[in-house]
Design a protein around this ligand. Structure first.
Ligand code: SAH
Length: 214
């Protein structure tokens, strides 16, 4: 399903109304059809500004939150980006339009496979989907200019900070899983880390280990 032009306009309007104003981010989000990342029962609601269930008990984030996170990440065309929590692959597809290279890691094999298929189907050749516990990052590909977590950590993971290049930015939800979490922007400078709190959010938790799905 592709959205009709009125649905698309409403989708973009909702993003702007929630503070997504960066032209490059809006352009990238216009290019990626969320309808292709939501399946079954909920596909008719893909253009609403709501999180929706995907398989393995996970969720595709609310578009305006995806927009605000992407905007806070300030991705440049030369950046190598790590995303932890591939889920449907929607966020990774958006990042692929903004970055030079995107690595995205997912602990559920089925989600990773489905996301890889969608991303390949869209011809997004600068995205690599990997099955791994993203809390360890990807030491072989580090350092990254940008790191984005789309699952909530209890604290800023030290492994990921270590894999962030100096001058780099990491955006992540922090907090206990069942409570309101804060979206945090961490900037790594020569003098240490600078933290900015962006807004309250609610994400699924960052879970250790690769899922043993049947
Ligand atoms: N960014 C996704 C939404 C992610 S939901 C999208 O655009 O659709 C968060 C995802 O993080 C879930 O799929 C969950 O399985 C994954 N996740 C949680 N802990 C993880 C970990 N330690 N490593 C990798 N993925 C993890």
């Amino acid at each position: 399903m592709t959205p009709d032009s009125q649905t698309q306009m409403q989708f973009l309007y909702n993003l702007r109304a929630r503070g997504v104003t960066d032209a490059r981010v809006l352009e990238a989000m216009e290019k990626v059809d969320r309808g292709q990342f939501v399946q079954g029962l909920f596909s008719g609601r893909a253009y609403e500004d709501r999180p929706l269930p995907i398989s393995c008990g996970q969720t595709i984030s609310q578009p305006s939150i995806v927009g605000l996170m992407t905007q806070a990440l300030q991705v440049g065309p030369r950046d190598k980006v790590l995303e932890v929590g591939t889920g449907s692959g929607y966020q990774a597809a958006i990042l692929s339009h903004l970055a030079r290279r995107v690595y995205t890691v997912e602990r559920h094999r089925d989600l990773a496979r489905a996301a890889r298929q969608r991303i390949d189907g869209l011809g997004l050749v600068n995205v690599t989907v990997m099955i791994a516990d993203g809390s360890f990052g990807l030491p072989d590909q580090a350092p990254f200019e940008r790191i984005l977590l789309t699952a909530a950590a209890e604290d800023t993971p030290a492994n990921l900070v270590a894999q962030l290049r100096e001058g780099g930015i990491m955006v992540l939800p922090v907090g206990q899983s069942d409570h309101v979490q804060s979206l945090i922007k961490v900037q790594k400078t020569a003098d240490g880390l600078e933290y900015t709190e962006l807004c309250d959010v609610r994400f699924v938790p960052l879970v250790e280990g690769i899922a043993q799905d049947l």
